[in-house]
Design a binder for this molecule. Structure first.
Ligand SMILES: Nc1ncnc2c1ncn2[C@@H]1O[C@H](COP(=O)(O)OP(=O)(O)OP(=O)(O)O)[C@@H](O)[C@H]1O
Length: 224
């Protein structure tokens, strides 16, 4: 069964008299273990879609179903809890906390979720090893390369074992070789854990390596 389903999602931005219909009945389903690329021109609504699918924003109409659960009737608190349990986010910029080491950055969401400190540390070290950073755990973000920072950000995003990962231009800030390394690490993680990922990217070569590619056309999602 799919881990994420979008049904007839509508989203309109209004500014004074003007109305911009960014999403007009978008439909989509994501299966566990699937890596899907979202490739669309700037302004097509990729970030809007990820924020709605990731329960950060509500659509004007339509339903986001996460792990079989409809979310439109949930309270903000319930949506936050579901997001915390099931969803991870990676952005173009890593947003790691500079005063903490890589391991500590990956431990933090686990500690917030109530995990025991030694358990959180064990998991953080395991994730960093999976992502190819076995010897960078004690480094602070400024002591890591751009690609290493993004891999730590991915480890942090999946620290609480979410079943869905959303990434918005995760390699937008990196050179080609580094982008490939980050993607390789991400793929490995997806295949090892059964995580489902929806990744917005302008990088067509990386998109070509993913299981499926979708785009936004006139506010609808279409397979390419
Ligand atoms: N809060 C907002 N208020 C008004 N308009 C908005 C708002 N957020 C986004 N938009 C507009 O909606 C459209 C879609 O924006 P969105 O950020 O989703 O596009 P995108 O595909 O992610 O673009 P990019 O690739 O440049 O990041 C754009 O035209 C944008 O200007």
């Amino acid at each position: 069964m799919e881990i994420l389903r979008l049904e007839a999602i509508h989203r309109t931005y209004r500014q004074g008299e003007a109305a911009l219909d960014v999403l007009r009945g978008a439909e989509f389903a994501l299966m566990p273990g699937e890596a899907v690329a979202l490739v669309a021109p700037s302004g097509a609504g990729k970030s809007t879609l990820l924020h709605i699918a990731g329960l950060l924003e509500r659509p004007d109409a339509g339903e986001v179903i996460v792990a079989g659960r409809g979310t439109s009737t949930l309270s903000d608190t319930e949506r936050t809890r579901l997001r915390r349990d099931e969803i991870g986010f990676v952005y173009q910029f890593h947003h790691l906390l500079s005063e903490f080491s890589a391991v500590e950055n990956v431990m933090l969401p686990q500690l917030i979720a109530g995990l025991d400190k030694s358990e959180a540390k064990k998991r953080a070290e395991q994730l960093l090893t999976w992502l190819g950073l076995p010897d960078r755990g004690t480094h602070r973000p400024t002591e890591l390369s751009g690609g290493e920072q993004q891999r730590v950000a991915i480890a942090r995003a999946v620290a609480n074992a979410p079943r869905i990962l959303f990434a918005d231009e995760p390699t937008g800030n990196l050179d080609i070789v580094t982008s490939e390394q980050v993607f390789e690490a991400l793929f490995k993680l997806i295949k090892a854990t059964g995580l489902a990922a929806l990744v917005a990217t302008h990088n067509l070569e990386l998109a070509a390596q993913m299981d499926r590619r979708i785009t936004l056309r006139d506010g609808m999602i279409v397979e390419v």
